[in-house]
Design a protein around this ligand. Sequence first.
Ligand code: CS2
Length: 507
Amino acid sequence: MTQLQHTQAQVQELNQHSIATLGNTVDVPTYDRSKVKSGIVHIGVGGFHRAHQAAYINELLKTPGNEQWGICGVGLLEANRGLRDVLAKQDNLYTLTVRHPNGQVDNKVIGSMVEFLFAPENKQAVIDKMAHPDTKIVSLTITEGGYNLHPATGEFDYSNPDIIHDIANPLQPITAFGYISAALKQRKEQGLAAFTVQSCDNIQHNGHVTRKMLLAFVQKQDSELAHWIEQHVAFPNAMVDRITPISKQSDIDYVSQAYGVTDGWPITCESFTQWVIEDTFSNGRPNWDTVGAQFVGDVTPYEKMKIRLLNAGHSVLGLLGELHGYSTIDETVSDPLFAQYLRAFMDLEVTPLLDELPGIDLDGYKDTLIERFANPNIKDSLARICSESSAKLPKFLIATISDNLAQGRDIALAALVIASWCLYSDRGVNQQGNTIDIHDAMAHELSVAAKLTTTTPTSFIEQGSIFGELANNDEFISQYTRAIAAIYAPNSQIKDVMAATLVNKSK
Ligand code: CS2
């Protein structure tokens, strides 16, 4: 045992009372949390929010004068009940374990979330909180799928049963759009200023998309409110970045051993963090730039760079790695063939599409991505990376394929990834014979379409809600079916097909 490790007898629960005794072993909130008010209501308190926005606010609160910028977390889903119970026991405190590539570990107790509301038990409390005069920002991490846009058309999907419910029941919402609309209506009626709606999800133009989707929703409920939103609500675009794996029992064990505290839901993340935000807010904002975020006039080129390189890069490694039988990103990228494939994909199929990036050394950025993926202390599972691929890939990867085809460029590397996604959905086992852990809202549809491949080689890409018009593109069909033939051949190994694709690419 190292000096820092504690015996079971000394372990105490993490809460406002116990943090007073931890000052020497861990970075605890030094500010008076009882004075902090919720200026931000955040929907979707997953690991990423707790490692990113909540960590920035935690730093900000250390400087007096920022007490109006605490966070009220909101859980919309029944699945958030467990989180609510843990946070309630812990006075909404949790540990953030920051793991550097060189093995250094920093533990911080984050105190910026001062309230948490579990929406299924009290919907009106959530609407009232958002409508409260202290609330200046409603921020979101509702995942790519949460924006309810039809991936292929980019339009609002009115056929979603939850949306149909919310349009008909404005005071009993289920979706983020339903809550935001109800709260903004209350503010409008009470003559209060609108809050900013701030997306923190990995979607290009995330602010514009949120605005378009919210307006499409509200139009069907109350066109006057939609008009008021158009005039008064700001939707800043932003690029967000910090790799945050899913918390595991080993993270809980680590925290109790490292500083003698039982934390029911600690979060682990990498040391790298980035947040580039367009400075358009309707009702004030925290000075996030004093704690490491950047305000810019136009975030578009940075978002595109990040989503098309990092997020797509994750999916490339994730799907190919799952098929081969790897289980984490660091394990996958430490295989030289996978690292080479990723680098070729970034250099040859993404870089030519990126816009000018003032102040960014793109080669350096790509090197850093590979180093971050290789961080051996972040055991980021391929299962997490590949989860909800049906919502992620249209934005991360399929957009790159369409752009390349429109410019007459080759797409062989990306086409193999899509073909691998088909085989992954078809077989559900990797090439070592082990079951692949698939989490996707469309898992059933994906598997049904994939299973038709042997008779109809294009069946998988004919799923219009994911691939749109691509299924009719001859060049895409030819590259995709070539990749399908290679990976469906008897005894085919994904690594051999990757190597052959790289060789052809360099010809
Ligand atoms: C990942 C992201 O597949 C994914 O969703 O690429 O969660 C990624 O880890 C973050 O975007 C990093 O900023």
